[in-house]
Each structure stands twice: as structure tokens, then as C-alpha cells.
Design a protein around this ligand. Sequence first.
Ligand SMILES: *[C@@H]1O[C@H](CO)[C@@H](O)[C@H](O)[C@H]1NC(C)=O
Ligand SMILES: *[C@@H]1O[C@H](CO)[C@@H](O)[C@H](O)[C@H]1NC(C)=O
Ligand SMILES: *[C@@H]1O[C@H](CO)[C@@H](O)[C@H](O)[C@H]1NC(C)=O
Ligand SMILES: *[C@@H]1O[C@H](CO)[C@@H](O)[C@H](O)[C@H]1NC(C)=O
Ligand SMILES: *[C@@H]1O[C@H](CO)[C@@H](O)[C@H](O)[C@H]1NC(C)=O
Ligand SMILES: *[C@@H]1O[C@H](CO)[C@@H](O)[C@H](O)[C@H]1NC(C)=O
Length: 680
Amino acid sequence: MTSFFIFFFTITFFSVSVSSQLDEFTYNGFNDPKINISLSGVAQIDKNGILQLTYETTRLMGHSFFPSPLQFKNSTNGTAFSFSTCFAFVIVPEYPKLGGHGFAFTISPSQNFKSALPSQYLGMLNSTDVGNFSNHLFAVEFDTVQDFEFGDINDNHVGVDINSMVSNKSAAAAYFTDDSMKNDLNLKSGKPILAWIEYNSVTNVIDVTLSPSSTKPRLPLLSYQMDLSPIIEETMYVGFSASTGLLASSHYVLGWSFKMNGDANSLNLGSLPSLPGPKKKNKEAIITGSVLATVFVLTSIIFAFFLIRKIKNADKIEDWELEIGPHRYSYQELKQATRGFKDSELLGFGGFGRVYKGTLRNPRTEVAVKRISHESRQGVREFLSEISSIGRLRHRNLVQLLGWCRRGADLLLVYDFMPNGSLDKFLFDNPKSVLNWEQRFRIIKGVASGLLYLHEGYEQVVLHRDVKASNVLLDGELNGRVGDFGLARLYDHGSNPNTTRVVGTLGYLAPELPRTGRATTSSDVFAFGAMLLEVVCGRRPIEHKAGPEELVLVDWVWDHWRDGTIFNVVDQKLNGEFDRNEVVMVLKLGLMCSKNVPLARPTMRQLVSYLEGEAEISDILTSPGGGCGTSGVDGGFDDFLHSYASSSFEKTSSFTVMDKSFASVSTSPLALINSSGEAR
Ligand SMILES: *[C@@H]1O[C@H](CO)[C@@H](O)[C@H](O)[C@H]1NC(C)=O
Ligand SMILES: *[C@@H]1O[C@H](CO)[C@@H](O)[C@H](O)[C@H]1NC(C)=O
Ligand SMILES: *[C@@H]1O[C@H](CO)[C@@H](O)[C@H](O)[C@H]1NC(C)=O
Ligand SMILES: *[C@@H]1O[C@H](CO)[C@@H](O)[C@H](O)[C@H]1NC(C)=O
Ligand SMILES: *[C@@H]1O[C@H](CO)[C@@H](O)[C@H](O)[C@H]1NC(C)=O
Ligand SMILES: *[C@@H]1O[C@H](CO)[C@@H](O)[C@H](O)[C@H]1NC(C)=O
């Protein structure tokens, strides 16, 4: 009997001490020196004992984890344990209504997030591992930016994420009161919010509950049934991951409790450290307050005086300019970054102006600064409203717009710097280095998914209007990224008759464009097709130096296709090293996109699924009645000829626009018509 009791007590004592060390913890604030928590990225414990994951600076990541891994599974039968956690957080955004980006409660096999990305990836994943089952990542995101790429429901939601940033289930932030009334909750209100996350290993249900007060609502905000056993590994780290993007917030955790196989201790908002908010009104505070206020008023007056002088001298910032979404840089900052727009920093001449390389300080970032001169005042305003919507477009295959600046008639657009420059530099003339087929194919797939996002991923359809190899930029890893998107349309807003408008580039212009003057997703597809052929053949769509039968790339490729000698068109520089199936597919798609009839061309969505091998291309192309072929292509040039001629009679605005764009391509239109005429 005695020995039984000793045995019993030993067991009980042992299990309690183990669990209190490893399976359970409660932190009412983080300033107790005994608290051992690991911090990485910009995460820190502030002097009030608050865990601060990020602060209000763009593109940061902050992580904080319980330092040792926890046993998350029964090692005998491999079933994930039940667990529960409770934490209090505060999100303080830089601008009251715009969050950036959010944070997540994270259960992960490692606490090394060096290869993760900030912004929409919340510091947990990157563009290559997102969605991969081998991540073994479970997270509950508290997301304050709506990312269309990941199908976010709004910019204030909670979601259960498994191995991916696409939530398995999400809900707009809210909480239930006892009478089951649902109340909206603003995650980025700057006020503390309590969150409970619970997993029951018997029912396999994950419950997420929110509340602005210390009492836990009876009803969870969202429940998701899923057995976590295949996701979770035997030992895992628990903690938090947060990131900022173009817009930034401070993400704070005030207190945190966790328990395996049981209910985590509840937290009381009243006994947690609080953020320094508005001062309490006692006598002392009032006196110090009024002294401070006087000093402040005096300083403000002096400051305002200088500011007014400065604005008068330099540039007037109008109210509406402050409302534009992406970051507004100061002119001085950009001038400094580009060393006064020195010629030595010039990266090139885009369709819309000069592009300079710049280095921003603090944080030190390399950027590309595009300088556009614009004279019409009205135009500038519309231009900027477009920029705010372009700034919201985010995709791994787009060159991200980071911000902008206006000074008088000059508009400066700040983009991510792309170290490898544009694709055309790798393809034509004497390329600086030759891309192998694998790299080319990856670039093609990247550009396709970037264009699909522009066409379908955003609130409104965004047409590129000038897809071509020189508008595809390559990042450090040679991923293709679409640049200059949205700008062609912007330029229509201005009304400066002296500016030559390039509404596309000869050789990439869909045949219907000169006739209708209206760009569509199909005309972008046409240009994408021309680009596909360029990448495979290493040739421009119209090669002036070539003989007449090789002048127009599509015709030349089609001739070889018909004659069964298709591999003759493949870039010689590849030395015959390529995947024949992929090359044939890309050429086929290039020809399909080059069809004369817009409706006969595939959509970007279809192109992406062909390229990703999700769908088979029908053999319609190989049959003579397929609507392509020499006659179809010739028809294209007939249209071209026709509209070129008729534009001198019809004085509609669209023709005027097109007329100018042709005029700007120097002598090529006439040269083209003449030589192709001779050739036939
Ligand atoms: C904190 O925990 C880690 C992992 O358990 C351990 O290696 C480290 O020595 C601890 N540090 C302190 C100060 O206790
Ligand atoms: C693990 O599972 C086995 C088999 O179902 C069971 O006997 C054992 O008690 C479990 N261990 C724990 C720690 O739950
Ligand atoms: C594993 O063991 C736990 C008890 O520890 C039990 O609840 C669970 O059903 C078991 N799972 C399997 C697959 O046997
Ligand atoms: C993404 O993260 C994985 C590790 O999770 C890493 O192996 C890979 O190299 C990363 N990819 C990039 C592009 O950084
Ligand atoms: C998932 O990740 C593993 C290991 O990092 C890698 O081998 C595999 O190719 C990845 N799968 C996909 C579909 O990216
Ligand atoms: C949900 O989670 C599973 C993991 O088991 C994953 O394979 C699946 O793609 C996810 N579904 C969605 C819609 O994200």
C-alpha cells in the first residue's frame, strides 16, 4: 500500500514538473528576467515588458518563439495532442486605416525563418515554398491587408493557414456576445484584443475566438475541422511571426499562455503591461502637460513658419496627395538616392522616361527610380490616382511599385531594383550571358502568372498594353517580373499634344488594335505570344536585318511548323540543349496567341494552365482550318495596312493616338509594308 502511494506520488510529481517546464507556460508580460523567449528579426522586448514583433517601417519581419521545441504528438501512435493558447495583442498601424501586414500564431518545425519573406508572407513562407506539404506549418493569421494573390476576404480577417498563405478557412474579425450577437472587431484599432486558439484531438476541431475584453465568449469566431496529425511533426516550436510591407504597423504581444492537453491559463487584460497611451490626468501631469504644450506650440509655430517658407519655395503638397496609397518619398530623399539623377546612375530609357538606379538609406535598399515629365496639371492628379491603384498590385512576378514623389511637373516612381535588368538584354544581339532553356521556361511561366494576376487577380482588369521582352525584368534569381504595367493607360489621361504616345510596340501589336484603337486582354495575349516566340528563337518579332522571308518572326515560325522543321527556329545559342516537349508547347502557344481573331486566342488563365502542365493543348493548331497559318497572319497585316491608310482620313481620337504611336516607331511601318509586300 505504502509503496503504491510512493509510486503514485512519484508519477504525479514527475508529470507535473515536466508539464510545467515543457508543456505549459503563462507570461503576464515579458519583463520577468526568468522568462526565456527567443527573438529574431526585429522582434524585441520593450522597456514595459511588451513583446514588439515589428515597428512602423516597411518590409520588416519579427519572430518570437518559445525557446525549446514542444512534444506535439503521442510518439506511440502518432496522433497530434490537443493544445490551447491564449494571447493578448495590439496592432498599431502607421496610418489609421491601413494595416501592414499582420502577424500569425505559428507552430513550425524550426524557428529559423531566414528564407521567409515579409509583406503578404507574414515572415513565415516564401514564394517557392508556399503551399508545399513539406513545410509542416500550422498558423492562425491576423491579417490586415487584403492580398488577392492569396484570396484574402478583406483587410481585417483571421484565418487558419496550413502550409500556405491561402487560408483553409477565414472569417472577418469579430466576436460574439453572450446573447450570440456578432460584433465587428477592428484588428488594427490600437487597442488590446484577446485571442484563444484551441485544438481538440478527439473531435479534430480548431477553434479561434476573439474578444476585446478579458472574458472569453462562449462562441468561437471560427471553427475548422481538420486532423492536424499529418501536418504537425513530433516536436514543434510555438510562437509568433509578423511582417510589414509597403505599409507598416507595430505588432505587439502583451501576454501569452499555452498548454498542451488542457486549457491554457486565462489572461487578464488589466494585469498585462499596456502600451503608453494618452496620459492620465492628475495634477502633475496637467502641469507638465501644459509646460510641454507651450513648448510644443512655440516649436510648432517656428516649425510651421519654416515649413510654409519651404513649401512656398519648393513645392506645394496638396491634401489629396497625402491620401495616395503607396509611400510618398520626399524629393530630397530620391535626389540623394540617385546622386542627383546623375547620368552615371542611369539604368535606361523606359517607354515613359528615364530610369535611374538609387540607394535609399534607412533601411538601405536598392531601388529603380523612374522619372516622368508631365505637363498637364489635371493629368497629374488622375495619374496619381492610378498610381495608388497600381501600388496595391502585389504579385511575385510583378516589379513592385514602392512609392512615388511629385515635384512640379516631374513624377518619380520608385520600384524594386531588379539586379539582372531586362530580358531582351539576354536574348538579342550579343547577350551578356545566355539563358539556358530551364531558365527561359521559368521566366515564361513567371510572366504568364504575373499577367494572369493583372487580368484576373485584382478588383479591376489591369491591361498591360506593352508586353515585350524589354518590359520583363529579371530579379536576383532570374525570375521573370513584369514591369511598366498600368502605365500605358495612365498616359492616356494626360493631354499633351506634343508628347508622342507609344500605345504598344510594333511587332507586338495585335492586328485589331489599329482598327479599334481599344486594348483588351486579348491584345495583351497577342503581345505575350510574340514574347514567347522571342524567348524560344532568340530573335525580335520583326528583324530588320533579316532576309524578307525571315522578317516577321511569326510567319517564319509558322512556315517551319508547317514544313515539320520546327526545331530549326530554336535559338542556336542553346546548342540544342532543351526539352523538346516544352519547346514545342511554347511555340504552339506562341502561334495560338498570334491568331488574327481575338476570340481565337487563349486567355492568360488557359496559358498558365497549359504552361504548368495542368491542361493539354488541343491539336487545333496543326489542322489547316485552325484560323492561324499564313493566310491568318497575312490578314493581320492586311488589317494593319488598311487601318494605317484609313487613319489619315478618319480623325477620331483613337486613330490620332495610333497614328502618333506609329510615327514614333520611326520608319518601320512603311519599311515593313514595303518589304513584306515584295516578299509575297
Ligand atoms: C533559454 O532556453 C534555451 C533553450 O531551452 C537554452 O538553450 C538557453 O540556455 C536558455 N537561456 C536562458 C538564459 O535560460
Ligand atoms: C499514446 O497512445 C497510446 C496508445 O493509444 C496510449 O496508451 C498512451 O497512453 C498515449 N500516451 C500519451 C502520453 O497520451
Ligand atoms: C492514440 O492515442 C490516444 C490516447 O492517448 C487516442 O485518443 C487516439 O485515438 C489514438 N489514436 C489512434 C490512431 O489510435
Ligand atoms: C524558400 O524557403 C525554403 C525553406 O523553407 C528554402 O529552401 C528556399 O530556398 C527558399 N526560397 C527562396 C526563393 O528564398
Ligand atoms: C516541396 O519541398 C520539398 C523539400 O523542400 C521539395 O523537394 C519539393 O520539390 C517541393 N514541392 C513543390 C511542389 O514545390
Ligand atoms: C487545406 O489544408 C490542406 C492540408 O491538409 C491543404 O492540402 C489544402 O490545400 C488546404 N485547402 C485550402 C483551400 O487551402
